[in-house]
Write a protein that binds this ligand. Sequence first.
Ligand code: HEM
Length: 465
Amino acid sequence: MSSPATIPGPPGLPLLGNILDVDPSNTWWSLRNLAEKYGEIFKIKILGHEIVFVASAALAEEICDESRFRKFVGGPIVEIRYAVHDALFTAYDHEEAWGIAHRIIAPHLSPDSVAAHFDELLLCTDELVAKWTKRLEPGVKFQPLKDLNNLNLEATTLTLFGKKLGAIDMEGDEHPMIQAMEDATSEAMRRPNRPKLLNWLLYNGKWKKATKTMRSFATGLVQYRTEHSTGRKDLLWALMNATDPQTGKKLTDSQVIDEIVSMPIGSSTAPCTVTATILFLLQNPEVIAKAREEVDRVVGRTGLLKQEHVSQLEYIQGIARETLRLSCAAPGFNIEPIPSKNDDKSPVLLQGGKYQIAHNQAMIIVLAGVNRDPAVFEEPHKFKPERMMGDNFDKLPAGVKKWFGNGKRSCIGKHWAWEFLLVVTAKLIKEVDFQAVDEQYVLKQDGWFNIRPTNFYVTAKARGA
Ligand code: HEM
């Protein structure tokens, strides 16, 4: 067998490594550019740590093999443990808390549980549609992301925790929880790349304040439920009362707060996705026409959207998957080789020996590369919902379907997210006409744990008005 190829990467500077190759205020955009330049695999070195990035469908599929690899809990994920400790997203592989929380939470985010909250999701979505089509002054330009963030927080809080926040019609920009999540996740991304002393001296205030706001938000929900016991058996009920069937353990009060805070952070990826959908639709008017034909046929031009329609909206499903592929709203996830039981430190081979990595090498899957792999997709940058429907979708390799992560650590909110994407997209297609403020807008994204179109403005009015 020929010797493994060298993993390419930008040359970097002595001592500083590749610090100048990654923009600390837009890490994922830098990684997207590096993926476009270097292809299926590349590496960088920052503060003495080497990180390997995977950007092809075949390699992503290989390192998603759970018999060889697992989630790597490092960097920003370790930082955000300051706010949520050993919660689902942040737990190390060996921590018992993950299994307990997973078994308690998963039944309340199953497809049936999500469907049972359809009316609440629709209620929140109707409020936003009414805001955009009736209450906004005609021609007023706005960033759809901000309102969609509020919608998402409103819907997450109502469906999972049983409280109406009134976020959609709030005065001001966004609910304070949204700013706190933004501050916490941006800090979590930046802290690993700053000297510890600098973090402590200059950034601890912001870090602590964001954590306090998020945990107070969660505490308020627990308090509200305690004071307004309704017999509602939702996710919050399970967090506060349910027993893990395997260990017989319950979550501690602090763990309840950890898990509540984790849900809106995870869920905040969904409005980024819908914002990208609006952009892709505006860039592809023929897709809007086809989607409208489907919604009008299934729901009726003046009919009311119902839960039973959602699974019939196959073209809208294609739109949602194609948006997940191209927006990469959750931009990537971390993987490492499973440590060998007999302490074997031999290198790990990839692609049958084409590449070789250290036995403990952290890797990051860059979905912006994987999801546009030219070996899988013709015209990978084009928005084509048809390739994400029926047989076309089924035939795609598993590596390009990882927008909800992988295996046991994949997104526990994926059914909730899927319902949100379909319901909100169907309602917008059915009832709203958008216009881009800048017709020449070219997708640029930024963000931290999720990425969203930057400076994307539209105007909106009722369909056909
Ligand atoms: C379009 C929307 C969404 C996308 C693309 C998405 C994507 C992902 C990805 C890629 C992961 C794996 C992260 C990793 O391996 O480190 C993940 C995990 C997670 N997501 Fe989501 N997510 C979405 C919506 C949601 C929603 C709605 C919730 C909550 C209601 C949620 C809660 C979580 C949690 C708690 C985890 C950690 C699961 C674990 O490790 O056991 N996400 N998500």
